[in-house]
Design a protein around this ligand. Structure first.
Ligand code: GUN
Length: 296
């Protein structure tokens, strides 16, 4: 193996440390405590784990956490009424509605009811449009974390060839916009892309976010490329369950210059960036300077 392993766990701890420092300064100098409201509808076990983790890390960073757990059969009107209340609450700087929502609720309608300034997921249509036009926005947490890791590892990204595998609204599309903002030459590849191996082989930066276990083999990777593996796939192997990424780690690491592992790569960065976005939202709400190194 020749690649540098990008330690997302350690990097996320650094980001959380910067968030905590900024929160402490806001409290001491402005008397403001950033607050994050998380709304969970229903009892999806994976969502419950995420929400618990978000709450714990929010509190550890010194911020206020407001948790709203609603029954699975909550009506859209009741959920929208809660969002209106949170939009109007000055103690709440960030609002996150945990997805997926139960089938009877329209996710787009609910997300677009959040005040865009408090939309720490960056999913509101206004934030999507602002990012797409290169304006200041809230940036979705996972691609923001990927960008932070790329900048940390490579420095300037200008002129590099980047291939984003996957075209989701949550990762692929915003990731491509961010890389374009860094003056990369960006290709979005997906399940219908022809000669995918040849496309990926051009890339100085590969961001894999397709949700297919180990689909990127080492011989698709340009020697020395930086590989960011967003995939978290649970598979059966050797009689047990293991987590693997969208890239075949061993063979990609043998060729790449640097690669993120799964687990311990992109995963920990997502919640760290949620905390970063909450501090940013708080600063914007109070017209204060934004924290350095925590935004796109
Ligand atoms: N469910 C899984 N990931 C996410 C996320 O990043 N944001 C929200 N709101 N829900 C999720």
């Amino acid at each position: 193996m020749s690649a540098t392993i990008i330690d997302g766990k350690a990097f996320a701890a650094t980001i959380r440390g910067k968030v905590a420092d900024h929160v402490a300064r806001l409290k001491a100098e402005q008397g403001i405590t950033p607050g994050l409201a998380v709304v969970l509808v229903g009892e999806d076990p994976a969502s419950q784990v995420y929400v618990r983790s978000k709450r714990k890390q929010t509190v550890e960073a010194g911020m206020n956490s407001y948790e709203h757990k609603l029954d699975a059969d909550t009506s859209e009107a009741d959920l929208l009424a809660l969002i209106e209340t949170l939009n109007a609450d000055p103690a709440v700087h960030g609002i996150l509605v945990q997805l997926p929502l139960p089938g009877h609720l329209d996710s787009d309608l609910v997300i677009n009811a959040i005040d865009p300034v408090k939309d720490v997921d960056g999913f509101h249509i206004s934030n999507v449009g602002l990012l797409g036009t290169g304006q200041k926005s809230m940036v979705p947490c996972t691609p923001l974390g990927c960008l932070m890791m790329l900048r940390d590892h490579l420095g300037a990204l200008s002129g590099l060839d980047a291939v984003v595998l996957g075209r989701s609204n949550i990762v692929g599309k915003p990731m491509a916009q961010l890389l374009l903002g860094e003056s990369c030459t960006v290709t979005i590849a997906h399940s219908r892309t022809r000669n995918l191996g040849d496309v990926v082989r051009r890339a100085d930066i590969v961001v894999a976010a397709v949700g297919r276990p180990e689909m990127v083999p080492g011989d698709w990777i340009k020697p020395g490329a930086t590989v960011i593996d967003v995939g978290i796939n649970r598979i059966e192997r050797d009689g047990g369950t293991v987590l693997v990424g969208d890239c075949h780690f061993e063979s990609c690491a043998a060729v790449a210059g640097a690669i993120t592992p799964v687990p311990g790569g992109v995963g920990p960065m997502t919640i760290a960036c949620l905390l970063a976005n909450t501090v940013t939202a708080c600063c914007r709400a109070h017209a204060l300077p934004e924290p350095e190194g925590l935004t796109a």
